[in-house]
Design a binder for this molecule. Structure first.
Ligand code: AP5
Ligand code: ZN
Length: 215
């Protein structure tokens, strides 16, 4: 199954994509995670991407399209994938169409997690991420069992540098480049909207329902 998550920063794309990845046995391909891994490893890509991520701006299309194109050709995508955070611009969406066409892996569904902007600041400033395994928590909505530690692996939890109020404001502005993708995929009859202002479990149940109806 070839899936894509769409929605504002903090809508819950990563949280739901991680669950879908486990449930369907397909890789969770997050460009944000790929950039953060490259930054941690201080690769040339990471050094280039860092200034964009830290301030909440988009990494240039040329860089982003290249890494996704490579990633989609890896063998673990044989049964599909769930894309999270890509595409974010119309040129990225068009490049993805070309890539998936050449790989004979058309998209099955674009899951658009819809949330009002007011809830996002609280979600993002309260988010904590595991340094070791990348699992996502929230101080209030999804707290870990032991403060500051990951339930899964015991790793240390940290706050993303772009989850400050200032960077979040930039990310919300920058989203104007991504918003047209809603119509892009709606016109292709791939878009399915899910109410993201419910509990994490309720959002997942709705997604599950959408996917079950498709089969
Ligand atoms: P990326 O990592 O993709 O960030 P994003 O799109 O801003 O999305 P987030 O990860 O912030 O939010 P999410 O929707 O995944 O929410 P989550 O599930 O974590 O990108 C980061 C940066 O990388 C970009 O700014 C850019 O610089 C660069 N980049 C990445 N892709 C790019 C591209 N294609 N082109 C160019 N540049 C690119 O949830 C958020 C919090 O809320 C968590 O704490 C979670 O526990 C909680 N939560 C989730 N769901 C619920 C719920 N239903 N109720 C209550 N709390 C909830
Ligand atoms: Zn962990």
């Amino acid at each position: 199954m070839q899936l894509m998550m769409l929605g504002l920063p903090g809508a819950g794309k990563g949280t739901q994509a991680a669950r879908l990845s486990e449930a369907y046995g397909i890789p969770h391909i997050s460009t944000g995670d790929m950039f953060r891994a490259a930054i941690a490893a201080q690769t040339p890509l990471g050094r280039e991407a860092q200034k964009y991520l830290d301030s909440g701006r988009l990494v240039p299309d040329e860089l982003t399209i290249g890494i996704v194109r490579e990633r989609l050709q890896e063998p673990d995508t044989a049964n599909g994938f769930v894309l999270d955070g890509f595409p974010r611009t119309l040129p990225q969406a068009e490049a993805l169409d070309d890539t998936l066409k050449s790989l004979h892996k058309p998209l099955d569904c674009v899951l658009y997690i819809h949330v009002p902007q007011e809830v996002l600041l609280a979600r993002l400033t309260g988010r904590r991420v595991c340094k070791s395994c990348g699992a996502t928590y929230h101080l209030v909505y999804q707290p870990p069992n032991v403060e500051g530690r990951c339930d899964r692996c015991g790793g240390e939890l940290y706050q993303r540098p772009d989850d400050t109020e200032e960077a979040v404001a930039t990310r919300l502005q920058v989203y104007s480049q991504t918003a047209p993708l809603v119509d892009y995929y709606r016109a292709r009859n791939l878009l399915r909207q899910v109410d993201g202002e419910q509990s994490i479990d309720a959002v997942y149940a709705d997604i599950h329902h959408v996917l079950a109806e498709m089969q």
